[in-house]
Write a protein that binds this ligand. Structure first.
Ligand SMILES: C[S@@+](CC[C@H](N)C(=O)[O-])C[C@H]1O[C@@H](n2cnc3c(N)ncnc32)[C@H](O)[C@@H]1O
Length: 431
C-alpha cells in the first residue's frame, strides 16, 4: 500500500506561507525574487560564518546588513542573484528576516531545498512556458540508464533548475567515490554544462549547484536552438545571442561534442522564425515546427559520435503519424537504445501530456549495428503520482529520503531490466 506525499519541504514551505500571509502578499513585490534573495543571503551568512542574518537594533540597520550579505553572496557565487538589494520595505524585510533567521539552511538536504524551490517557482510561474521541474525520480531514471562517468562531458541544453546536472553529479560521486573537494570541483567545472533561455531558471540552477558543493558551475543563459550560422541576425534584440558552440570553443579544450546529453525540452511551443527554421533539417521547409522537434536535432548535433542522449518527449513524437519523418531521421542518425513510456500522471499538475523517454547513441564509424537490432521498450505502470499530481510515497519511505527511494514508482525494475538488456546485446557505452 502506498501513502500520499506529505509536505516533504516541511518547515521551509510553511515558513514561506507564513511570510506570505504576514507581508509578501501585500508587498507588491515578486514573492519568488524576494524570498530567493533572502535564502541566498541566509545561506551565505551560514557558509561564511558571519551570523549577521538576524534582526538588528532598527529595521533600517537590518536592511543594510541583509543587503550587504546579498552583495557578498553575489560576489562569491556570481550570477546567482540578479538584484542585490531587497525590494521589501525595511519593516516588511525585518519580519521576514526574523522568520527565516530561526531556520538553518545548511541542515536541509539538497532534496529539501530543491523541492522548496520547485514549490516557489511553481507558485509564481504556474508552469508558464513549460518551465516546470522534471520530476526527480524521472531525472534519476535517465541518469541511471545512461550512467555518466567523471571523464565524460554532460550537457542539458534546457536545464531549468539543473535537475539532470545535479543528479548526474551525485551519480558520478556515488559510483566513482568522488569525494575530495578538488575532484568534485574539477568535474563540475570541466564536465557539467547547463544552458537555459530563462534568467530565473539559471539562477535557481546555479543556487542548487552551489548547495551541491560547486561554487563555479557552467550554467549559462542562452538560446540553445541558436546555431553559429544564425548569429548576427539578433544584434538588435535583448535576447542572448551566444551559441553553445561559442561557449565550447572558448572553454572546453579539443571539444568534439558532448559525451552525454540529458534533457527535457518544453513540451509546448512552436518556432516560427524563418531564420531558425532555415537552419534545421527537421523543419523540412515548414513555416512552423514544434520546439521539441528542433531540440532533438540540436541534441544530436551537439553530441559527439558515439555520445548518448536521454530526452523526455511528449508521446506524439513516438506514435503520431505526422512525426514519421522525425522517427525516420533519428533512426538514420543514431542507434535507439530504449524507449520508456511514463505514466499519465507523471507531469501533473503542470501538464496532462503523456510522455516517454527516448535513449539513443549517436552513430559512430566504428559502431557495428545489425539492421534489425533490438531496442529496449518498457512502460511504467507506477508513475508515483496521483490524479492531482501529488506524489505517492512507498509505505516504508522515510519522510526525508530522496525522490528515488521515497516515491512509489517502478523505475528500479525498469533499470534492472535495461542493464540485463545491455548485457544480452553486448552493448558497452565505454567502447
Ligand atoms: C521542462 S523545463 C526543464 C526542466 C528541468 N529539467 C528541471 O528539472 O528544472 C524546459 C526548460 O527549457 C527551457 N527552454 C525553452 N526554450 C529554450 C531554448 N530555446 N533554449 C534554452 N532553453 C530553453 C525553459 O526555459 C525551461 O526551463
Amino acid at each position: 500500500m502506498a501513502k500520499r506525499h506529505h509536505n516533504q519541504k516541511g518547515n521551509l514551505e510553511s515558513l514561506f506561507l507564513h511570510m506570505e500571509e504576514l507581508v509578501l502578499a501585500n508587498s507588491g513585490e515578486d514573492e519568488f525574487e524576494e524570498v530567493f534573495k533572502l535564502l541566498i543571503a541566509k545561506l551565505w551568512d551560514e557558509r561564511s560564518q558571519q551570523s549577521r542574518f538576524h534582526c538588528h537594533s532598527t529595521d533600517e540597520v537590518t536592511f543594510e546588513a541583509i543587503a550587504k550579505l546579498m552583495q557578498q553572496a553575489e560576489k562569491e557565487w556570481s550570477g546567482v542573484l540578479d538584484d542585490v538589494k531587497p525590494r521589501l520595505t525595511p519593516e516588511h524585510l525585518a519580519i521576514c528576516v526574523d522568520a527565516i533567521s530561526k531556520h538553518n539552511i545548511s541542515n536541509d538536504s539538497l532534496d529539501v531545498i530543491d523541492s522548496f524551490f520547485e514549490f516557489i517557482v511553481a507558485k509564481s510561474a504556474k508552469g508558464a512556458k513549460g518551465q516546470y521541474f522534471t520530476p526527480r525520480h524521472v531525472v534519476e531514471l535517465c541518469v541511471r540508464i545512461l550512467q555518466p562517468a567523471s571523464s565524460e562531458t554532460v550537457l542539458d541544453p534546457a536545464c531549468g533548475s539543473g535537475g539532470f546536472l545535479l543528479h548526474a553529479l551525485s551519480f558520478v560521486r556515488r559510483n566513482e567515490r568522488l569525494d575530495s573537494v578538488e575532484e568534485l570541483q574539477n568535474f563540475c567545472g570541466e564536465k557539467l554544462w547547463g544552458f537555459d533561455i530563462d534568467a530565473r531558471a539559471i539562477r535557481v540552477a546555479k543556487a542548487l549547484m552551489v548547495l551541491a558543493g560547486d561554487g563555479n558551475s557552467n550554467i549559462i543563459r542562452l538560446n540553445s536552438l541558436l546555431k553559429p550560422e544564425m548569429v548576427g541576425l539578433f544584434n538588435n534584440t535583448d535576447e542572448p545571442n551566444l551559441t553553445i558552440e561559442d561557449i565550447c570553443r572558448s572553454r572546453i579544450k579539443r571539444h568534439k561534442g558532448f559525451d552525454v546529453i540529458l534533457t527535457n525540452p518544453p513540451f509546448a511551443g512552436e518556432i516560427r522564425e524563418k531564420h531558425f527554421l532555415d537552419c534545421y533539417t527537421l523543419a523540412n521547409k515548414k513555416y512552423r515546427v514544434e520546439r521539441d522537434v528542433l531540440f532533438i536535432e540540436r541534441c544530436l548535433e551537439l553530441l559527439k559520435p558515439g555520445g548518448r542522449l536521454a530526452i523526455v518527449l511528449p508521446h506524439n513524437k513516438f506514435a503520431g503519424n505526422s512525426f514519421d519523418f522525425l522517427r525516420e531521421w533519428v533512426l538514420k542518425k543514431a542507434r535507439i537504445l530504449a524507449v520508456i513510456g511514463l505514466g499519465r500522471h507523471t507531469f501533473l499538475p503542470h501538464t496532462h501530456q503523456k510522455a516517454s523517454i527516448l535513449f539513443l547513441q549517436k552513430n559512430h564509424p566504428s559502431m557495428k549495428i545489425s539492421p534489425d537490432y533490438n531496442i529496449f521498450f518498457a512502460i511504467s505502470e507506477k508513475d508515483g503520482k496521483n490524479s492531482k499530481g501529488q506524489f505517492i510515497l512507498c509505505e516504508s519511505a522515510l519522510e526525508m529520503g530522496d525522490a528515488w527511494d521515497t516515491i512509489d514508482h517502478d523505475f528500479s525494475e525498469i533499470t534492472e531490466n535495461f542493464t540485463r538488456f545491455l548485457r544480452q546485446e553486448n552493448i558497452n557505452f565505454k567502447d
